[in-house]
Design a binder for this molecule. Structure first.
Ligand SMILES: [Zn+2]
Length: 168
């Protein structure tokens, strides 16, 4: 029995920039209508009465679409951990919590520029203090994820075949 088809397909713009993640069903519709070309497939073929389409893992639009601006995803535990690649901003070890750089109890806002991934130990040590009070420094300036990073924080499931297309 064949393995289940992938749940999601990475859709690239005609410029090969990552655009969005679509369901395989939507991807097949795009391929059948000639609006997108399949770039990567897992070798299997979906057959209907009239057509056979390779199961798309990555595809690109035939015509370039202009994307004025991408809707920003809110910072949640999952999206912040994903942005920071599950690395603690303070010690670099595996992070599983989110820390407000300027503590909420001291007026810090819950926004991309004030949240970082943190390990439980650093989060506990930092408590409601400011970095200046601890002599700690951030190795980077936290910000809103953009480009491929923005795309990745919106999806929970990726496929290894996508990685070559997500360098941005
Ligand atoms: Zn840490």
């Amino acid at each position: 029995m064949p393995a289940a088809p992938p749940q999601r397909t990475l859709l690239l713009n005609a410029s090969l920039e990552p655009l969005c993640v679509v369901t395989v069903h939507r991807a097949v519709v795009l391929a059948l209508s000639g609006k997108a070309t399949v770039l990567e497939t897992d070798g299997r073929v979906l057959r209907s009465e009239r057509a056979a389409v390779p199961v798309p893992l990555v595809m690109c639009l035939v015509r370039y679409v202009h994307v004025p601006h991408r809707r920003t995803v809110p910072p949640t535990r999952r999206t912040v951990l994903q942005r920071d690649e599950h690395r603690c901003a303070y010690c670099g070890s595996l992070a599983d919590t989110v820390d407000h750089v300027q503590p909420r109890s001291r007026g810090g806002r819950h926004e991309w520029g004030n949240v970082v991934a943190a390990c439980a130990r650093c989060n506990h040590r930092k408590a409601d203090r400011l970095l200046s009070e601890l002599g700690w420094e951030l190795p980077f300036t936290p910000g809103v994820p953009r480009g491929a990073a923005a795309l990745l924080v919106t999806t929970t499931r990726t496929d290894p075949s996508w990685s070559a297309y997500l360098v941005a």
